[in-house]
Design a protein around this ligand. Structure first.
Ligand SMILES: [Zn+2]
Ligand SMILES: [Zn+2]
Length: 243
């Protein structure tokens, strides 16, 4: 997967996050990120409930039927709850889920979605790849390769460990530049936080948006020790590549 297969442009929009950012949008404990490229629109996770997702998609004028695919990082309530809204809105696209999420797969099929169960590296759309790592909880992470820029990594909760996820993503993208999502460092020791910072520096990541379940202590630590740390919130828009 080289740059030739990448997208020309990528826009990320944080649809749901715990941190509020724009008055007109609702925020809630959970995660959902919309990705728009020059050739498709996809959704990474759906937040904790149908109401928050629906409200924010309505306000931002996003038609749920425009989605080419949905990726669910893992079967935790704060990532799958918005699926109910998408089902009710008539969205019937392909949903990529960890192969071990049996109940979720059955629910999706009952609601008319096409389900792809992922247990290895899989291309979701041209330039967008998901991969599965396990550690008690199996979780999908997603890399979007942008031409003449590099890789953008989206993570759900990082239950398998953000260090392992970054290392694997680095092997997929030619040059990994951006990481965004939940990093699950709520009760991480200082030693662990130092290792995480080292990982981001080792791979020369330019921008780290540590949001959702990263935790206040870790966020403070990043703010002090990680120059590439960036603040993330509901409504954040990021653009990469050329339009
Ligand atoms: Zn979560
Ligand atoms: Zn989780």
């Amino acid at each position: 997967m080289g740059e030739l297969n990448g997208v020309k442009s990528l826009e990320l929009l944080v649809l749901v996050d715990n941190t509020p950012g724009r008055e007109e949008l609702r925020s809630a404990w959970g995660l959902s990120i919309l990705l728009k490229t020059d050739s498709y629109v996809g959704l990474f996770d759906t937040g904790p409930d149908p109401y928050t997702l629906q409200h924010n998609m309505d306000v931002l004028g996003i038609d749920p039927k425009s989605l080419s695919f949905i990726v669910i990082s893992h079967d935790h309530w704060d990532h799958v709850g918005g699926l109910r809204y998408l089902a009710e809105s008539g969205t019937r696209c392909n949903v990529f889920i960890p192969s071990s999420a049996i109940d979720l797969g059955e629910w999706l099929q009952r609601h008319g979605f096409i389900v792809t169960r992922v247990d290895s590296r899989t291309e979701v759309a041209q330039g967008t790849t998901v991969f599965l790592l396990g550690n008690f909880i199996d979780e999908l992470s997603m890399v979007v390769t942008v031409k003449n820029f590099g890789g953008v990594l989206l993570v759900g909760c990082s239950h398998p460990g953000i260090e392992r996820i970054v290392e694997t993503a680095h092997g997929i993208a030619k040059r990994l530049r951006v990481v965004i999502g939940g990093m699950h460092l709520l009760d991480a020791s200082e030693d662990r936080l130092r290792k995480v910072v080292n990982t981001f520096e080792q791979y020369s990541i330019d921008e780290v948006y540590a949001i959702h379940c990263t935790g206040d202590v870790a966020t403070e630590y990043f703010r002090e020790k990680l120059p590439s740390y960036r603040v993330g919130f509901t409504g954040l828009v990021l653009r990469y590549g050329t339009c």
